[in-house]
Ligand binder design. Structure first.
Ligand code: HEC
Ligand code: HEC
Length: 454
């Protein structure tokens, strides 16, 4: 009925925004819940649906080396993986290798030298740039390998019990272009790609306002300020583990060039450093390799992926856990509501605007926080300091193990469970973590049940 009255695009927009109000679907998440995450939203018209499906195919596409008569060519010369989905299986998160002899498969290592580069960006390594590319096309040496050793770190909770945590030590080996020297590294797993269109539509002014609001426990969020290629100026950062990308479109184009070696209108040059001569001489698949339409399709696909509806949200244990989450101070950063400029969201996607302004429940403030020395990567990223991380959205986190088990949490995937992730919280999140520890086993189980319902 709605479709006939107001057009299918309106129905699509409303449906996306209403996902958050959706009733609980099933008690235990299933593979079907995960599979549903990549389906076109109901109510898209034929053109919209076709664009969504083209974007989805590009996200799942294995790219090949140029020259090739395959449309999806231009991989490399230097790259990490041959598809987006390699690091975002099921549109979910990546994970680190368990042993140092295993390759990074759903993860990458950012590189830089101390100080800052152009527009406040990290200062690239003169021979390796700002990301370790572990693969090269034939004739182009890979940049090297990152080996991860896990160091056990027992953690004693405030109530006296002990949990064994682990932290990674990153070693760069097999340098392809001379010594790495005193390079800064930041190992990061692929972040989930759910609900990103809605996060893109949170007004910058609201993030600024949130950043200036005083909060309990000495929590003070900060915006990152990053370079927008499209606008040719610095703007608020919101994507990536350090909020180092300004918007969805640029994040996608950056992933294309940085992770797959596919150039675009946004990033027209191949990602070869001056001394990487074979890389510079390698054939390309056009200038640019990714067309604007392809980038549009990918952006539309990812923008239209909603966040999963909650499950079991009315179970008494989950309700008590939700209260505990708030009382522990978790919600100071993992905010239960953020405003969305629904009209801007609709405009960007070419759909009719819903009548009312919308709020979403992403459980993030999209701001940077100092999470302490234990989680620090020691590498600045625009205004994000060495200990700063963006509060990650928690919506969908309860499905992580269904999307692609075993799920790993935190920027480098060190946490093997939601509890381990919480126990690493320090710095501005120390008071909240200590309250969690003091809840006792039953209270902690309730809080974790709430997280699994998201
Ligand atoms: C080698 C692994 C890898 C590949 C391949 C990869 N990504 Fe990612 N992706 C990541 C990592 C790591 C991050 C976090 C980046 C950061 O913190 O700087 C990320 C972040 C993102 C984000 C931001 C999510 C958020 O919540 O902030 C989007 C969108 C994204 N990737 C899309 C893509 C697309 C599109 C492709 C294919 C062109 C792709 N990725 C390929 C590893 C990968
Ligand atoms: C001061 C802000 C802050 C507070 C308070 C806080 N968090 Fe976090 N949380 C973060 C940041 C930032 C990260 C990402 C850290 C990283 O990846 O190294 C994070 C990560 C997480 C993760 C892992 C998310 C993922 O995608 O891997 C979970 C789960 C989580 N927090 C739950 C909680 C719970 C439960 C509480 C309350 C006991 C809490 N947080 C309190 C800022 C906060």
């Amino acid at each position: 009925m709605l479709e006939r009255a107001a057009g299918p695009w309106l129905a699509a927009g409303l449906m996306l925004l209403a996902l958050l109000l959706a009733p609980p679907v099933s008690a235990e998440p299933t593979a079907a819940d995960a599979e549903r995450l990549a389906r076109p939203p109901l109510g898209l018209d034929d053109d919209g649906r076709a664009a969504f499906l083209r974007g989805r195919a590009l996200f799942r596409q294995n790219w090949v080396i140029a020259p090739s008569d395959d449309r999806a060519s231009g991989l490399g010369p230097l790259y990490n993986r041959i598809s987006c989905v390699a690091c975002h299986a099921g549109n979910g998160r990546g994970r680190p290798p368990e042993r140092p002899d295993q390759r990074l498969r759903a993860m990458l290592v950012r590189l830089s030298l101390p100080g800052s580069g152009e527009h406040g960006a990290p200062r690239p390594h003169p021979r390796y740039g700002d990301q370790l590319n572990e693969e090269g096309v034939p004739g182009v040496a890979p940049e090297g390998r990152a080996a991860i050793d896990w160091l056990a770190q027992p953690h004693r909770l405030a109530d006296g019990s002990t949990v064994e945590l682990r932290r990674p030590r990153i070693r760069l080996t097999e340098p392809g272009y001379g010594p790495f020297g005193a390079v800064l590294t930041s190992a990061r797993i692929g972040s989930p790609v759910l609900g990103l269109g809605l996060l893109d539509a949170v007004p910058a002014a609201d993030l600024q306002r949130l950043a200036s609001q005083p909060r309990d426990d000495g929590v003070r969020g900060r915006v990152n300020v990053v370079w927008s290629v499209a606008q040719g100026r610095t703007v608020i950062g919101r994507f990536g583990w350090k909020a180092n990308a300004p918007d969805l479109r640029q994040q996608i184009a950056a992933a294309m060039i940085g992770d797959l070696g596919i150039s675009s209108h946004e990033f027209p040059a191949q990602n070869c450093m001056p001394a990487q001569t074979a890389c510079r001489a390698a054939p390309t698949a056009g200038a640019p390799e990714l067309t604007d339409t392809e980038l549009d399709d990918l952006a539309r696909y990812l923008a239209l992926l909603g966040a999963p509806p909650r499950r079991d949200q009315d179970a008494p244990e989950v309700r008590r856990g939700e209260l505990r989450f708030a009382a522990a101070g978790c919600a100071a950063c993992h905010r239960a509501t953020l405003p969305v400029d629904a009209a801007a969201f609709a405009l960007r996607l070419g759909i009719a605007a819903p009548a009312a302004p919308a709020t979403i429940a992403p459980y993030t403030d999209l701001l940077l926080h100092d999470l302490g020395a234990g989680l620090a990567d020691g590498r600045p990223d625009y205004r994000a300091g060495p200990r700063d991380w963006r509060t990650p959205p928690l919506w969908g986190i309860g499905l992580a193990d269904v999307i692609d088990a075993p799920a790993r949490y935190l920027h480098d995937g060190r946490a093997r469970s939601l509890e381990e992730a919480i126990l690493w919280h320090d710095g501005e999140a120390r008071a909240a973590r200590l309250r969690y520890e003091r809840l006792g086993a039953a209270g902690r189980a309730e809080l974790l049940a709430f997280l699994r319902s998201l």
